[in-house]
Design a protein around this ligand. Structure first.
Ligand code: CA
Ligand code: CA
Ligand code: CA
Length: 177
């Protein structure tokens, strides 16, 4: 498969990722805005219910998700396919039209971020790459599984991250020395 990743394209992808993070949304793989905290990531991917998501388990869940998203079974997930599942959920939630439009915009941004080569369709590789970015993001201690140890580690980082954030905010406001 031809796999072109121009520097400009990658930079754009990184920017989108940064924008999502700034908005409090991690760039995730599935067309849902959920898994950005570790506890819900575990809940969503822990198949055997032992409280641990192993890399193997994650791969299996991700495979299943890709298959579910590819509703016409052509091996690719189009933006329409990607959005459809999410839209169905939104319709059930009965949100305001504004909120729905906002969420669909975020879905579009996520699709563009996952579609690394910009050919307007999501390959299994692109879907997995996005998934592993998320897995790595949650696996704070790098032991190839996501569990309570990572939740605890993330909690211990939090005061530091909050401080870094408030320092940056103060700096941006010109209040820092
Ligand atoms: Ca498809
Ligand atoms: Ca693609
Ligand atoms: Ca871990």
């Amino acid at each position: 498969m031809a796999y072109t990743r121009s520097p400009a394209r990658l930079a754009a992808t990184a920017l989108v990722g940064a924008a999502l993070l700034a908005a409090g949304l991690a760039p995730i793989g599935v067309a849902r805005a959920a898994s950005h905290d570790i506890a819900s990531f575990i809940k969503e991917h822990d198949r055997n219910g032992d409280g641990v998501v192993t890399a193997q388990e994650y791969q299996a869940v991700r495979d299943q998700q890709f298959k579910a998203l590819d509703t016409n079974g052509d091996g690719w997930v189009s933006e329409a396919e990607y959005t459809a599942e999410f839209e169905a959920r939104l319709n059930k939630e009965n949100g305001t039209p504004e909120r729905k439009a906002q969420q669909l915009k975020q879905t579009h941004i996520r699709f563009v971020a996952i579609d690394l080569d910009g050919d307007q369709k999501m390959s299994r590789e692109e879907f997995m790459a996005s998934g592993w970015r998320m897995f790595g993001f949650h696996d704070k201690n790098g032991d190839q599984k996501v569990d309570q140890a990572d939740v605890a580690l993330a909690a211990s980082f939090k005061p530091l991250l909050d401080k870094a954030q408030s320092d940056r905010t103060a700096e941006a406001a010109g209040k820092a020395p």
